[in-house]
Design a protein around this ligand. Sequence first.
Ligand SMILES: CC(C)(COP(=O)(O)OP(=O)(O)OC[C@H]1O[C@@H](n2cnc3c(N)ncnc32)[C@H](O)[C@@H]1OP(=O)(O)O)[C@@H](O)C(=O)NCCC(=O)NCCS
Length: 179
Amino acid sequence: MTTFQLSLGRLRPWREGDEDALSRHASNRRIWNNVRDFFPYPYTPRDAHSWVRSNKSYQQPNNLAVEIDGQAVGNIGFTIKDDIYRYNAEIGYWLSEDYWGQGVMSEAVPIMTDYIFKNFQVNRIFACVLDGNLGSMRVLEIAGYRHEAIHRKAAVKNNQYLDEHIFSMLRSEFRVQNQ
Ligand SMILES: CC(C)(COP(=O)(O)OP(=O)(O)OC[C@H]1O[C@@H](n2cnc3c(N)ncnc32)[C@H](O)[C@@H]1OP(=O)(O)O)[C@@H](O)C(=O)NCCC(=O)NCCS
């Protein structure tokens, strides 16, 4: 099973029984304000069921639950792009507000980065951060990602155009860090 220890808990695959904690911790406007609109708000038990159903029981999962005190309280994962972008993985994550500011994602992002480069044919990992999300930018900087670009007013959230900050790490940079 794909499991990684964290100081406060662990990363592990999603499983049946996570639904209650998931809908409770994910249903938060302050999370939703910083992620894509496909992330539900409010996050209903039905949303939680379909998330768990589509993410459980993969050999090499794309999404891992952040488990703290035995409960699933966040997610970290990636999607691999297609066509000429097929060696790119986009990383994404969220954490229950109950645990913000305790270093959880600063630990989780390097672990996921390592997992992706070691197990998938990926040459570049990137993240898209909405303007103002200083916590997420800091997490990526700590993990060694480079602030690569600002896509001006590329996103719309809450009917407002927002700049999007692109952070990335290349496999060659990852190798240097891990020598
Ligand atoms: C962004 C998020 C994942 C950060 O996770 P976290 O576990 O709270 O982050 P950490 O505790 O590891 O903090 C990492 C660093 O960011 C800083 N930080 C955290 N939140 C911050 C904030 N709101 N403003 C400024 N800095 C912040 C911390 O001080 C720390 O820096 P330091 O080590 O230099 O002191 C979490 O706040 C979250 O889920 N937000 C909503 C969803 C989201 O934004 N997802 C990412 C979309 S790109």
